[in-house]
Design a protein around this ligand. Sequence first.
Ligand SMILES: Cc1cc2nc3c(=O)[nH]c(=O)nc-3n(C[C@H](O)[C@H](O)[C@H](O)COP(=O)(O)OP(=O)(O)OC[C@H]3O[C@@H](n4cnc5c(N)ncnc54)[C@H](O)[C@@H]3O)c2cc1C
Length: 445
Amino acid sequence: MSATLPTSATYVVIGAGIHGLSTAWHLAKDLIATGKGSGKDIVIIDKKGPGAGASGIACGCVRNFYMTEPLHAILRHSVDVWESDPVTLGFQQVGYISCGEANQTSDYEKIHASQNAVDYAADLYVGKDAKNFLKSIWPDFKTENIDVALHEKPSGYAGTTQSMWGLDEHCRRLGVQRCYGVEVTGYDMTNGRISSVLTDKGNIAADCVVICAGAWLPKHWEWLEKSDTLDVRYPDGHVEKAMDMWTFWRLLEGEVSLDEPYRTADDRDPPILHVELMNTTVVDENGREFDEHFYTYVRYAAERMGRPGLQGGTIPIKIGPKATLDPYGHDNDEYQADDWFADYYCATLAMLMERFEGLRKNFKTRRNGGIGAFTPDNVPIFDWVADNAYMIADSNHGFKMTGVGKLVSKHLITGTPVLELEPFAFSRFSQGTTFGDRNSNCPWV
Ligand SMILES: Cc1cc2nc3c(=O)[nH]c(=O)nc-3n(C[C@H](O)[C@H](O)[C@H](O)COP(=O)(O)OP(=O)(O)OC[C@H]3O[C@@H](n4cnc5c(N)ncnc54)[C@H](O)[C@@H]3O)c2cc1C
């Protein structure tokens, strides 16, 4: 049951997606552990409820395949959280395998070294070893174009709705005041601080506000009277003038049922599979050609489909600095996957494994996909946006990032900056530590 909005609280967390719920839960745990307070000191607000944004409709992949190295430590913390209660959070630790062509081998080597440096166990296979490794898991894998494979062992996936309500349950148990059906309509600012969060159910004063509004963050940014463009300095010294602060991208995803269970050679749930082949054209079984570039991800999704099946997607499509947010996700006609997507996606699957041939007829016709707000370098921003307001803007990376709330809570409770969060400060755009050096056609690799 949703609580009545109080008039003040020590901590107000806005948004009951992965970041808001994880932050509220960890804050409650840390307040209790340090004797500084309890869950009752925290109010979490959502205009709808847990999982009303991207966190409720994500594909649910938990992986660490990023060319932005500081994210690897964030994922180490995140998997610690997933592993701490896989039952309530619905975590399936099946692993994650990324494959590419020779042009990405050195990227894979760097990612592999960086992951292992933060204790994220992963194995790298190159050349013939990559092909043999893939065939040892999926004997019918068509490995002709594969030159490199990375196996992340701690990764996996989670059913999104279960995870959101599992996190909500953790908050409830620790006494967090969960106020759902309450919409934030603006902020009262006094001397650089949010003195009051304005809502359609009254105003609430807060010592500290944590803003986790997902795709709606650009609106909150506007309420904080921040600029919608900025000059961005890159490590090589060049400056891009007046870049959009936020860019919306539309994600294309879908589901395909299977007539047989999807298993590995040794009869296990298969790892998630992510394949980017930058020099391979996608061709379907009738010879129709799509992009000159192959990008697909696929995971077992029986928990969503009620029968054996797959879920996955491809590279998102850029919308621009403005987008209609409401209704969100599957309810919005504007953001459904395009007609060509089903053909493309099934073509990629058929190119990967013999067992995936002829699946076009099994593509599930239902609403899917969604949109996200990306930052100028497509990497998260975790930082203060007012003297008493912290923002978690994950640049649409973050269903997997349960560890961010844990680290933000540590920062707020101790008052000491947390090393792992520092590379994601807003100041990188002026200081020239902007990210963006990635050899991929996808904005989230
Ligand atoms: C189709 C799709 C697939 C994805 N797949 C994956 C994946 O496989 N793995 C992965 O790691 N990431 C994935 N992502 C990205 C991931 O889902 C998001 O990065 C993450 O869920 C964002 O979490 P959040 O808590 O920041 O925002 P959200 O989950 O969007 O939560 C924000 C909440 O804030 C609330 N809110 C906003 N404004 C207000 C207001 N004014 N007043 C009150 N409440 C407000 C909303 O109702 C919402 O519930 C995917 C995203 C999409 C769209």
